[in-house]
Design a protein around this ligand. Structure first.
Ligand code: ADP
Ligand code: MG
Length: 585
């Protein structure tokens, strides 16, 4: 029990920490609806009721046992922890410094059962109790047996404010959750599960002033994803809307905060603070969540990569105005999430447009976690190119490096990839010239197949920013010519006096090796750094890249290639004339 009290000092610093731990347990239990009641700033009462899987009567006492956790199947699981709690420490710690009552009814059980424990006393044996399926954990008289700690609590108002923040943070990380917070007989927070109207959900949790003006984003690159909202109004007077979620877990991580702040800083009005609600997803093996007992910090295995991904993604979104996802709306993003049939932290689409969480009811260590791994097929930032009716047929296979076999309704074609790329670039340049105000960064309205060329020059974040070493004066010149680079979806940041970082490339050319862009930018600079030089440089880049680009890029180019491109210019038909010529028949 002493060990429990020591652990309680770590885990339970104040009532808000109790609330956080109980909420995490409810989420791990697959709850869809949770009600939190607090009295006396949480020191008198914290009660969390959920509709999760429940605890069988014969396991109630076990739940209060130190290091008893139902959530770790084996040591192998440690690398890919997907539940929120897994140390089996919270309930025993809390129970050692408060009077705790557990009432629960397991799924399928005919009725519920309850046990109670006061501080270091032995728990009572379970008694039958009325309870709907799910669990209620009641924590009364926090620190009643450690008076020194009780004296450290602040006023009920302050502690309640901390509780409200804890509830809000949890709710923001669990978009499918229906949640209520009651302070005495007053309901102070109420979030319906986020359905199709993610902005309303955001309003309920962080208020209108942010929600109504926020820019939504839904960006991914490789196995990384960044979803959520950033302030679109020059910042806020207070640091009250700064929420970060990593793989479904609310965090307060200095690396992430720094990354977000540095990307948003240029858009802030003097003296105002950045505002954001952002969910980062990366493969669970990319981070350790267990570095801090209360888990506000995470440790990334590749911190630099995470940092730069966030900076470049946010810069790209800002440069491009509203993102794709915002215009398409969350319902569009929901085409695949149901695949996993999740009903864990709330069924349906996550507010971040990511798939719903995996089902915690299915067993221990449900993976992947709510927003983790939800990257597959949700929305590809190059999606506009995936549609369209190509004049050059559909991709069949590569014939030789730089040559593709395609198939249209009635013929086979051999396409020269570098010619195809050049034709697309040319068409996109013409398009941009004809409609300059929307050339960069726009996407089509919801429900329509956007003309591919429309977003050809919007920025696409590189997973890893690419360094570009050049003398200081030249670097200054590049930064000064920002208007031109941006118009072509290229964002560059100064990393050192004689080093720049390339953060984004045009969507049309996404996937081409970054080093080729740096070379192209070099020749653009030599030739006067103007628009014309950029057009030449990009045309050359594509012609060069031709034999080296992957099939994804070729497919995108095939789909974007406008109908007025003459097939003869980029392709050869494999028709009877050609075949007869081959064989001299
Ligand atoms: P951990 O969450 O790290 O496993 P806890 O001490 O927080 O440890 O909880 C101990 C155990 O009690 C959990 O592993 C789980 O089996 C059970 N438990 C706690 N809260 C709930 C709940 N709301 N619904 C279902 N089971 C719960
Ligand atoms: Mg727990």
């Amino acid at each position: 029990m002493l060990a429990n009290q020591i652990a309680a000092g770590e885990v339970v610093e104040r009532p808000a920490a109790v609330v956080k731990e109980l909420l995490e347990n409810s989420l791990d239990a697959g709850a869809q609806r949770i009600r939190v009641d607090v009295e006396g700033g949480g020191a008198d009462l914290v009660r969390v009721r959920d509709d999760g899987v429940g605890i069988p009567a014969d396991q109630l006492a076990l739940a209060l046992d130190r290091h008893a956790t139902s959530k770790l199947a084996s040591a192998d699981d440690l690398g890919a922890i997907a539940t929120l709690g897994f140390r089996g420490e919270a309930l025993p710690s809390i129970a050692s410094v408060a009077r705790v009552r557990l009432v629960s009814r397991a799924a399928g059980a005919a009725h519920g059962a309850s046990i109670a424990v006061d501080g270091s006393a032995e728990p009572t044996s379970p008694l039958p109790a009325q309870h709907p399926p799910g669990t209620t954990v009641e924590v009364r008289d926090l620190f009643f047996n450690t008076p020194a700690r009780r004296r450290f609590l602040r006023t009920a108002r302050t502690e309640t404010m901390h509780i409200e923040n804890a509830v809000r943070r949890t709710a923001l990380a669990a978009p499918g959750l229906g949640l209520e917070l009651w302070v005495g007989d007053r309901r102070v927070l109420f979030a319906r599960p986020q359905g199709t109207d993610s902005r309303r959900w955001l309003q309920q949790l962080v208020g209108r002033s942010f929600a109504d003006r926020a820019i939504a984003l839904h960006e991914r690159a490789g196995s990384f994803g960044l979803y959520g909202w950033i302030d679109g109004a020059g910042g806020r007077a207070h640091a009250d809307v700064q929420h970060l979620v990593v793989n479904g877990r609310p965090v307060n991580d200095s690396l992430l905060r720094h990354a977000v702040r540095s990307a948003l800083a240029p858009g802030l009005v003097d003296g105002r603070l950045p505002a954001y609600v952002l969910a980062l997803e990366l493969p669970p093996t990319g981070l350790d969540v267990n570095v801090h007992p209360t888990k506000h910090e995470v440790r990334f295995h590749e911190p630099r990569q995470v940092h730069d991904f966030i900076v470049s993604t946010l810069m790209a979104v800002i440069a491009g105005g509203q993102s794709h996802a915002d215009l398409l709306g969350p319902s569009d993003a929901s085409t695949s999430p149901t695949e996993r049939g999740g009903s864990g932290h709330g069924a349906g689409v996550g507010a971040y447009g990511a798939p719903a969480p995996a089902d915690a009811r299915a067993g221990r260590n449900p993976a992947p976690h709510p927003l983790a791994g939800g990257l597959r097929g949700v929305m590809d930032s190059t999606a506009p190119y995936a549609r369209g009716s190509p004049a050059l047929g559909r991709w069949v296979r590569e014939l030789a490096p730089g040559y593709a076999l395609t198939e249209s309704v009635d013929e086979l074609l051999v396409v020269s990839v570098s010619r195809l790329g050049s034709a697309c670039v040319r068409a996109a340049l013409v398009w941009a010239e004809q409609s300059p105000p929307t050339a960069a960064g726009t996407t089509a309205p919801a429900g329509e197949d956007p003309p591919a060329l429309e977003s050809a020059w919007s920025p696409h974040p590189l997973l890893l920013p690419h360094p570009w070493a050049l003398p200081g004066a030249a670097a200054d010149q590049v930064i000064a010519a920002e208007a031109t680079t941006r118009a072509f979806g290229l964002s560059v940041r100064q990393a050192a006096p004689d080093e720049l970082m390339l953060l984004t490339v045009p969507r049309l050319l996404a996937g081409i090796e970054p080093v080729l862009f740096v070379e192209a930018l070099g020749s653009w600079l030599e030739r006067g750094a103007d628009r014309k030089a950029m057009e030449d440089a990009l045309a050359r880049l594509v012609a060069q890249a031709g034999a080296r680009v992957g099939s994804d890029i070729v497919k995108r180019w095939l789909a974007c290639c406008p109908a007025d491109v003459l097939p003869d210019e980029v392709a050869r038909r494999l028709d009877s004339t050609a075949l007869m010529q081959w064989f001299g028949d």
